[in-house]
Design a protein around this ligand. Structure first.
Ligand code: CU
Length: 240
């Protein structure tokens, strides 16, 4: 099962290491990098609590190596993958699973077995139609290299449509349903080009991927997890 809880038990009863413990565990070089990732979180985020929460509500948490101890035990794992595409020179770029049901406050680990991906929300502050619940910030990881991971805690119930910025045209999109199939992300994906100056809906192959019946939010609730292989090949066909 792709949504199994990773076997990692280095956490206290709150599910988090103290910041000091984390930095000690990461070592100095990684600590400097990690501090760069979380300083805004500590300054601004309501998630930056005294309990040592390291997951920013907008920027998540970057694990610079798959060997680095995560500050919070993930509840689920999603792989970011690349595979040959039959009959086309451009490979398939995809999330596995492509659709996932999680409970509110669950943490998802996005694991990069392949390089140069992001996990980014369809959000008006990013010039995109809103496809995350109201009040959720403009979620995005930075561009991540192979052998890294990114953690995000999904707090607000509803549908979250996410994509990889470099590979959105090729269909690299993902849908999380957090507790219930509600919010703007539960609306059908628009297949129309936006007028000049309007927010842009999912486009090219990510539009057809997110419109696949297997990724219907209610279908994700029923299935729990939807594999990329469950999608209709027609939905994955390159739309250029
Ligand atoms: Cu990508």
């Amino acid at each position: 099962m792709s949504s199994q809880r990773p076997n990692n038990k280095r956490f206290d009863s709150n599910g988090s290491l103290s910041r000091r413990s984390l930095l000690a565990a990461l070592g100095v070089g990684a600590a400097v990098a990690a501090a760069g990732c979380v300083s805004q979180a500590e300054a601004d985020s309501p998630q930056a609590t005294d309990s040592g929460e390291e997951l920013d509500a907008q920027f998540g948490y970057v694990g610079r190596s798959l060997d680095a101890t995560p500050p919070v035990e993930p509840d689920h794992e999603v792989q970011l993958l690349i595979a040959p595409r039959e009959g086309a020179p451009v490979p398939e770029f995809y999330f596995e699973p492509a659709g996932l049901l999680v409970e509110p406050d669950d943490v998802v680990q996005f694991t990069l077995g392949t390089p140069d991906h992001t996990i980014t929300a369809y959000h008006p502050q990013l010039g995109r139609t809103q496809r995350v619940p109201d009040g959720v910030p403009a979620i995005s990881s930075p561009v991540l290299g192979a052998g890294t991971y990114w953690l995000y805690r999904f707090e607000t119930p509803g549908v979250y449509d996410l994509y990889c910025a470099p590979h959105e045209p090729y269909g690299m999109a993902f849908r999380a349903v957090v507790g219930e199939a509600s919010g703007p992300g539960a609306d059908p994906v628009s297949m129309e080009d936006p007028a000049h100056g309007e927010l842009r809906p999912p486009f090219q192959t990510s539009a057809t991927v997110l419109a696949d019946p297997a990724l219907d939010p209610d279908a994700i609730v029923d299935a729990g997890s939807v594999s990329w292989s469950d999608l209709d090949p027609e939905s994955k066909r390159l739309q250029m």
